[in-house]
Every structure is written in structure tokens, then in C-alpha cells.
Design a binder for this molecule. Structure first.
Ligand SMILES: [Zn+2]
Length: 112
């Protein structure tokens, strides 16, 4: 699956799970729907796109503070549930956390 597509599906799955468990809604409540739109918008604007690091490792803090606080809560509550409900997304996210943020100079030591 294409990287950004996976990112979009992951965040949507996490927000949906969050709303279902925390807000007891069958469909996304208004604030979660707003957060989802905002998250997808930020992803579309991410300058790294396919080279995107995991968001928590990124140097750019692109979320505005209130949205950042909301999405952090979503990550905290839905994160542990992802391994059971969406193991592929959960594992791929762990892989992504090992990715270096691309704006850092690559420190590769050449064998000399
Ligand atoms: Zn909600």
C-alpha cells in the first residue's frame, strides 16, 4: 500500500476507534469529524510525503495546539487497540518510527 494512503487510513481508523470508545458514538461526533478532516489536511500538506517520518519524530510541528492536544489523546487511547484491530497499520507505524526525519543530514560512515 502506498505510504500516504496508509497514513490516511491509519489516522482515520484511530479517530473512529477513539470516538466509538470515548464518546460512545456510532458515527463520528462533530469534534472527531473535525479532527479527522484536519489530520487529513495536514497529511496532504506534509512536505515529506512518501519520506515522512513518524509524526512524533518530526521536527516540524504542523498541528495547531488544540488539534495537537486532541490527536495526542486519540493516539494514547487508540494506540494500544491498534495492534489487535489493525495489526498491519500498527506494525508499519513501528517501522516508521525507525525512519529518520529526512531534514537531518545522513550520517553514513563509509567503509574506508
Ligand atoms: Zn467523538
Amino acid at each position: 500500500m502506498e505510504r500516504m494512503q496508509r497514513e490516511r487510513e491509519t489516522i482515520v481508523a484511530m479517530i473512529e476507534m477513539y470516538c466509538k470508545h470515548e464518546h460512545k458514538q456510532m458515527e463520528l461526533c462533530e469534534s472527531c469529524a473535525e479532527l479527522k478532516d484536519y489530520a487529513l489536511f495536514r497529511l496532504s500538506k506534509c512536505p515529506f510525503q512518501e519520506k515522512k517520518p513518524a509524526c512524533q519524530n518530526c521536527k516540524i510541528h504542523c498541528y495547531k495546539p488544540d488539534m495537537k492536544a486532541q490527536v495526542k489523546d486519540v493516539m494514547r487511547k487508540s494506540g494500544p487497540r491498534m495492534i489487535w484491530s489493525h495489526p498491519y497499520f500498527a506494525i508499519m507505524h513501528i517501522v516508521d518510527t525507525f525512519r529518520k526525519a529526512p531534514d537531518l543530514p545522513k550520517r553514513t560512515k563509509k567503509n574506508s
